[in-house]
Ligand binder design. Sequence first.
Ligand code: FAD
Length: 501
Amino acid sequence: MTTPIKPTSKILIVGSGVFGISTALWLARAGYADVTVLDMQDTASAAYDPGAGIDSASADLNKIIRFSYGTEIEYQRLATEAAGLWEEWNRDIASVAADADTAADTPERKALLSTLLRGDGDGGDESKLKLWWNVGMLRMSCKEEFGSFEMETLENMEKEGIRDYQFRSDDEQDLARAKERGWAHKLDPCQRQERFGVHKAVLDSTAGFVAAYKSCAWAQYLAKKAGVKTLLDPVRGKVVDITSKDNHPVAVTADGVEHVADLIVVAGGGWTPSLLPEVKDLLETTAGSVATIQLPKERTDLWERFAPENHPVITWGMRQEKEVYSFPRDENGVIKVGWRKTKWTNFKDVHGGHRLSVPKTAHVTEEKEDRIPAQAMEGIKEYITLNFPELVSLGIASTKLCWYTDSIDNSFVVDFVPGRPGVAVCSGGSGHGFKFLPILGREVVKILEGKGPNTVYGQMWKWRAGEPLKERNGLEEGEGGPRVLSKQTMVGTADWDATAA
Ligand SMILES: Cc1cc2nc3c(=O)[nH]c(=O)nc-3n(C[C@H](O)[C@H](O)[C@H](O)COP(=O)(O)OP(=O)(O)OC[C@H]3O[C@@H](n4cnc5c(N)ncnc54)[C@H](O)[C@@H]3O)c2cc1C
């Protein structure tokens, strides 16, 4: 960075996902008066709803919120701070809804509420507007014993004084505590003990999920209220190049307009490496595989059973061999299931003669994709068949690739870009960034103000290309690796019946 930012500095943020919108919100709250968020998708009028065609990691139905981070204590502390804000956001959005149709109502509120409350789900307005759901997360082993990672996690929780909130399915004291605190009914939702004679799982009663796209819409509403401007448009908001002029960074949009700024923050999620190829040794764009199941309206037994009150978030065989997760149903009866064992890559020639992995999505990218690799479908079907056999005959309602921005070490990357005065990168969510939405920007602002070297997160998220690392999170594989999408057989909803479990 050439000159430090001032309250009047012109700041452009590319991307209105979790990383961009949280940064914008906290910049405005810190007194920066000229902050504009650009996005090539109109995340505002669609309220980030993936069902309305918004394609990004943040624009999703739901995301897991956990506050336990094993030995990564700094992330655990930040997640715990975020927890307080998630509670606050739940209260605030409810009170905004209460103000609707009163004199205190505003056009922004009306727009937000009408988008979030649309649909004909039977959850009632209250559940449609609740962002953070503390429904618990059940970490199920796929074997007859716990894996070593689970045992280490429990040991660390003991040391941190938070073991009390974890309930082991095979520990009498834990079971008694779970019963006393009203969590016992979530300990074996798949009746594994009865059906297989063994069930090894730990229920984390501090965890749960957030309604992801609604949370982003709320964050954008707060950011605008704090003074953030937006330019959300497939042409006028799409940044095609970042250059410089008279020592100022310039974002060139698809309509040819040059937006001259004092600071440009690139928070483009999976599109970040193609816009800023310098990050290629630090970040890689990869895809997770997701499917949904639609519960029929008339199956009230299933609606009841998979309701958030009765059903936790579940992970199955994480750090073992399965790596599947699922959520309770939403207010429209949709259950999301994700397979994260392999993160896929999609190499293409991009601007500047680079060949990098880039997103391939159902709506936004030139080449469209709404299927998932057969291997992922098999993993999802195996999970459903073994754990929820009554859902198999329902088939699946949708499949999609959801694009991560993985960093070499799974830690975020927030720093100025070497050799590009006035340009910073804010990305590298690596599959765990969502939970920090309410707080992430607070730490990003410190880094943008040049205080990064003196802060814990500034140190953790600094530019670290070229530093020696034992593992590089698959970045070293490149196009020759086995995760490349073009090497996979792709399947969609119609292939469910033929998929082997
Ligand atoms: C499958 C999957 C599961 C996950 N599960 C969890 C979880 O359970 N819990 C958790 O905490 N985290 C989870 N994450 C991580 C979390 O979703 C991400 O860390 C976070 O959403 C990333 O946000 P982002 O702003 O970096 O990117 P995105 O959400 O992808 O947003 C990027 C935005 O930039 C815009 N953009 C890109 N390029 C341009 C351009 N050139 N011009 C203008 N606009 C542009 C895009 O349109 C988009 O709106 C998961 C991620 C994935 C992929």
